[in-house]
Design a protein around this ligand. Structure first.
Ligand code: F0G
Length: 460
């Protein structure tokens, strides 16, 4: 029997009760949180779709693996087990564990910034990646394909790098001023949209032509591999792990927040194909920032859980259900006429709040307004991905206007059921039907770096 959405390929053997609040309570809770959902206590959230990062459920095999974790400072068995899995999947020579993705960014990205006035170019930098580029004294430029902004229409690979933009940017800035090219897979800020293998290959050719390093920001590389298998000609019969290996073959380094496709609650990866000098530099810096290079801020047991999780995330049945859940929520909203980034990506449904609340200008944060409304409606926590997150221009300090104002309904891995997603869909559809009542927000307090996390707001 062919089902439209695959049922859970697991049984639930441990449960975590979740609390429901009343609408009146939520109005007060949100006010006390300065209208910033990041400041809500998770206990006051019924269904938490803030992020898919570190929020998934581990498997029995991962919990079992934790018991054999070896807590040695230097050279633990856990490290070597994880190293062999990372090397097996990537085909790379060098591996350094870190505590999470931004740890990898902090250690790795400054190594390629060799003078003032340099740039990283990405399909789209994730926000912490952008922050680390800027903290390292460089600037972050994005070159995603225009299809990405064609929100209503289907394109197979909306996350792709625009090759023309990439090459023009290299020529305009000068190849010696480019630190590296970062391919974010899937492209989180574009809506978790995939990047095709062909695009990886062509991007690598341009990098090689100008002698520039290509780096994969691969927090969701397994989900990206799934989309390649599903949509790209010639990949239907390939195994996910082989698709992943081919993907890595086109890059020189791999940075990963393992809190996503590593299926762990904490962890990160730096892997380097074969540049010994770069590896040595990273190994030097990881010590003061993250910890000794054989633990990098992780416990032995964390590394063992990750070694198992990395392989589980490449399982086709796991991935099919994972992507089906996201698709299910997307389909429910799409069928109700709610504007979303279509098709949905791998980890979230992105609601187009420019179309949802066109009466709210970008600097009053329409996606924050929708996000707050669905919290009040149903206790569902989502997150703004728009002009608030984009922040101010580091040179002019002006508010940057994001091309898209999105609310991300991020689905944690193996955590919620289709029934939970129905609650979410009903809430979003209800708010959509009352969208004309939505109001914008202004800052009460604005923090300087990554302002969306800690700022507070007032409704206008
Ligand atoms: N790169 C991408 C593409 C990410 O999505 C993230 C995190 C990071 C790097 C940084 O990793 O959180 O482990 O330090 N994304 C989370 C999210 C936070 O909600 O999308 P981290």
């Amino acid at each position: 029997m062919n089902r439209k959405y695959m049922a859970e390929p697991y049984r639930i053997k441990m449960v975590e009760p979740i609390r429901e609040t009343t609408k009146e309570e939520r109005i007060t809770l949100l006010k006390n949180a300065g209208y910033n959902p990041f400041s809500l206590k998770s206990d006051d959230v019924y269904i938490d779709l803030l992020t898919d990062s570190g929020t998934g459920a581990m498997s029995q095999d991962q919990w079992a693996a934790m018991m054999i974790g070896d807590e040695a400072y230097a050279g633990s068995r856990s490290f070597y087990r994880l190293e062999s899995v990372v090397k097996n999947i990537t085909g790379y020579e060098y591996f350094i564990p870190v505590h999470q993705g931004r740890g990898a960014e902090k250690v790795f990205l400054p190594q390629l910034v060799t003078k003032p006035g340099m740039y990283y170019i990405s399909n789209i930098h994730f926000d912490t990646t952008r922050a680390h580029v800027e903290l390292a004294g460089a600037r972050a430029l994005d070159c995603v394909v225009p299809d990405c902004y064609d929100i209503e229409h289907w394109h197979d690979f909306k996350g792709n790098m625009c090759l023309e933009c990439l090459e023009n940017t290299i020529l305009e800035k000068g190849k010696d001023n480019i630190c590296g090219v970062i391919m974010t897979i899937t492209n989180n800020s574009a809506g978790g949209q995939p990047v095709s293998m062909e695009n990886m290959r062509e991007t690598k050719k341009i990098c090689d032509k100008y002698g520039i390093k290509m780096i994969i920001d691969g927090a969701r590389y397994a989900e990206n591999s799934f989309f390649i298998k599903e949509r790209e000609k010639g990949y239907q019969d390939k195994d996910i792990v082989d698709i992943a290996r081919e993907t890595f073959s086109y890059a020189d380094a791999f940075l990963m927040s393992a809190k996503k496709d590593g299926l762990v609650n904490m962890g990160g990866v730096i892997a380097i194909k074969n540049d010994r000098e770069l590896f040595d530099k990273c190994r030097t810096y990881v010590v003061p920032y993250e910890g000794f290079p054989t633990y990098g801020g992780l416990n032995g047991r964390d590394m063992d859980a990750l070694a198992v999780g990395l392989m589980e995330a490449l399982d086709i049945r796991y991935l099919t259900h994972r992507i089906d859940q996201v698709r299910y929520l997307g389909d429910r909203l799409h069928e109700a006429g709610v504007p979303i980034q279509y098709p949905v990506g791998g980890h979230a449904v992105f609601v187009d709040c420019k179309a949802f609340a066109p009466h709210i200008p970008y600097d009053q944060f329409p996606a924050l307004s929708v996000t707050n409304a669905i919290y009040i409606e149903a206790g569902v926590r989502a997150v703004e991905i728009g002009s608030l997150l984009l922040g101010r221009d580091p040179d002019t300090l002006k508010n940057r206007e994001s091309k898209m104002e999105l609310m991300r309904l991020t689905i944690p891995r193996r955590l919620y059921t289709y029934n939970h997603l129905d609650v979410v869909a009903d809430a979003v559809i209800h708010v959509y039907e009352h969208r004309h009542e939505l109001k914008g927000y202004q800052f009460d307090y604005e923090s300087k770096i990554l302002r969306h996390f800690t700022s507070t707001f007032k409704p206008i």
